[in-house]
Ligand binder design. Structure first.
Ligand SMILES: [Zn+2]
Length: 464
């Protein structure tokens, strides 16, 4: 049975979900600047979870939001002299490309804050009707004294909060720790109409409203995110959702550890950010996935270029050991190692260690055994989202990569690169730049792809 560590109960629990359909929410990025290694870790370690749940026969429904409006986004866009939507569009694209390069499964839903304003307003109205939310001259706030389980998730005490200097004094708030659900707009800020005046949603309400909109008011099975989100973000999400509907919001709270650089948490405030794109260019998705596989997802993980080099070497060796195997004999013992490790709160480092011990133990024994081990490793690693490509495929990918990069599209696989390519061409046609659009159609024929301007569907492509 799968056991998962639940931040709420601070213990490992058997993950026996009530139905075969597992409802999952993963806090996605605030698209203010390019994705860094820490974003990659959260995406990949939970991708291991999603894939393992699928392996166990579960049907997973995953929502990962995009926060495309907040204070920092407004600040950043002003700095760069572009609109907030230009900024978020660019950064969102970078995130989507990075997720694809890391071979993370596409979530079932990818809601954006700015496209969920109606749901957010409706949610705040529910809280207001129950007298849990109240308005001040600067916005609408959540009264934390109305939720008796407040701080249960993070295990903090009100005294901790009071002694912290994080909370700035805001006029009209009932309690210093009350948090904003709706922020009234200051001059020249992007804003939306609401019963409380022009403004924008607070960050925490966005996730609660999206979960409610997508999954209803009976809550979800798993909520995941980085452990830097436990407080205040997840604490506040929980307070909002449980007081709004008087029911349990989340069964399992899962949190990944941070990435450290020379012992310090990688974060914008520390100023030690390492961008994902830099390392995806230097290495590849498999290497970075393997790097994350080697560590326990809940613990901090030290990052360095040398550690990535090591990961690359190990994974390349493993790939050459697997070779071009195409048979499917199964080594039961190796499967057992895999399942036992994953069932133990996704203990991927344990799996890696025991797998290598097992390979060494059986090295140079009989050929049939080796064959079984090789095909099983391939099967397990593909289950976890790694890809083994043949030399020929590799050469092809290189050709695709070189082609798409001319259009600033990072090649991951033909489908996703083509969808970017076609969108780019569609944009040109919309702007009536037919010559450039036609050039794009002709250019791509060089790698054997034909774009047909269909009448109904608009666009189709096929390899010849
Ligand atoms: Zn969230």
């Amino acid at each position: 049975m799968l056991n998962l560590y639940n931040t709420l109960t601070k213990s490992e629990e058997i993950a026996d979900f009530p139905s075969n359909e597992v409802k999952i929410y993963l806090c996605g990025p605030t698209v203010q600047s390019s994705p860094h290694i820490g974003h990659g870790r959260s995406a990949v370690v939970f991708d291991f979870l999603f894939r393992y749940l699928k392996y166990l026969g579960k049907e997973i429904i995953v929502a990962r939001n995009i926060t495309d409006i907040d204070d920092k986004i407004i600040e950043k866009s002003l700095e760069q002299g572009i609109t907030y939507s230009e900024l978020t569009k660019n950064v969102s694209k970078e995130f989507i490309q990075a997720y694809a390069a890391l071979n993370c499964l596409k979530p079932t839903y990818e809601p954006k804050a700015t496209e969920s304003i109606d749901e957010i307003i409706d949610f705040i109205k529910i809280l207001e009707e129950k007298d849990i939310a109240y308005q001040t001259s600067s916005g609408v706030y959540f009264d934390i004294t109305r939720y008796s389980k407040y701080l249960e998730l993070s295990g903090r005490s009100i005294e901790d909060l009071l002694s912290g200097t994080r909370v700035e004094f805001i006029e009209g708030k009932k309690n210093n720790e009350d948090f904003a659900l709706w922020k009234l707009a200051k001059e020249n800020e992007p804003s939306w109409k609401s019963p409380w005046g022009q403004g924008r949603p607070g960050w925490h309400i966005e996730c609660s409203a999206m979960i409610h909109g997508l999954f209803g008011n009976k809550g979800i099975d798993i909520h995941c995110g980085g452990n830097d989100l436990i407080f205040p973000h997840h604490e506040n999400e929980r307070a909002q959702s449980e007081t709004a509907f008087n029911s349990k919001f989340v069964n399992f709270w899962l949190h990944n550890g941070m990435v450290n650089l020379a012992g310090k948490k990688m974060s914008k405030s520390e100023g030690n950010i390492k961008l994902l794109s830099e390392f995806l260019d230097m290495f590849d998705g498999n290497t970075i996935r393997y790097f994350f596989l080697r560590a326990n997802y809940r613990k901090p993980q030290e990052f360095s270029e040398n550690l990535l080099k090591e990961s690359k070497k190990t994974f390349v060796n493993l790939s050459s050991f697997v070779g071009d195997i195409n048979s499917d004999p199964v080594d039961e013992h190796l499967i057992k190692i895999f399942e036992e490790s994953m069932n133990d709160d996704l203990n991927t480092p344990k799996f890696v260690g025991e797998m290598f011990n097992y390979i060494n133990l059986n090295r140079n024994k009989d050929q049939e055994k080796t064959l079984k081990i090789r095909s099983t490793i391939k099967y397990i690693f593909e289950t976890l989202g790694f890809t083994f490509v043949s030399k020929e495929q590799n050469q092809n990918n290189e050709i695709f990569r070189e082609f798409f990069i001319q259009y600033e599209i990072i090649f991951t696989d033909v489908n996703s690169s083509m969808s970017d390519y076609i969108a780019m061409r569609q944009e040109l046609r919309k702007q009536k730049k037919y010559e450039s659009a036609d050039k794009m159609r002709k250019d791509i024929e060089s790698i054997g792809i034909i774009i047909e301007d269909g009448i109904e569907s608009g666009w189709r492509w096929s390899t010849n």
